[in-house]
Design a protein around this ligand. Structure first.
Ligand SMILES: [Zn+2]
Length: 128
């Protein structure tokens, strides 16, 4: 069963999915970081601008990308959002990617490099 899932786990789609999951987790982590110390719910209300209280639409809440295309500002009132959001989302996405690589891809890469299923060139070939 696990062996059948291996090609899927090794695919670029899976890698992208894991990073996307990391970005979403980072986005949620930002909510927790901001609200937990204040004793507020992390579920309600939905994301909103802390300056003008305008709700943040789903397309303005896409991790990393939304921060970039809004240039770190509220769409409604142009109040700046902390670059911390961008940094935490990007870092969490990267960490998920690194973890997936280290746990899933790299172990299979090194054991199967002879079969050419891995394109990594960092795997040192054993010299005879
Ligand atoms: Zn605003």
């Amino acid at each position: 069963m696990l062996a059948e899932l291996e090609p899927l786990a090794m695919s670029t789609a899976a890698y992208g999915f894991v990073i996307a999951l990391g970005l979403l987790w980072g986005s949620f982590a930002n909510v927790c970081i901001y609200r937990w110390p204040a004793g507020r719910s992390v579920v309600t209300p939905g994301s909103h601008c802390t300056a003008c209280q305008a709700p943040i639409r789903w397309y303005d809440n896409v991790p990393v990308l939304a921060w970039l295309w809004l240039r770190g500002r509220c769409r409604a009132c142009k109040a700046p959002f902390s670059p911390r959001y961008l940094v935490i989302e990007a870092a969490t996405g990267a960490l998920f990617g690194v973890a997936w690589w280290a746990a899933v891809i790299a172990p299979r890469c090194s054991s199967r490099s002879a079969r050419g299923s891995c394109t990594s060139r960092s795997t040192p070939r054993s010299a005879s």
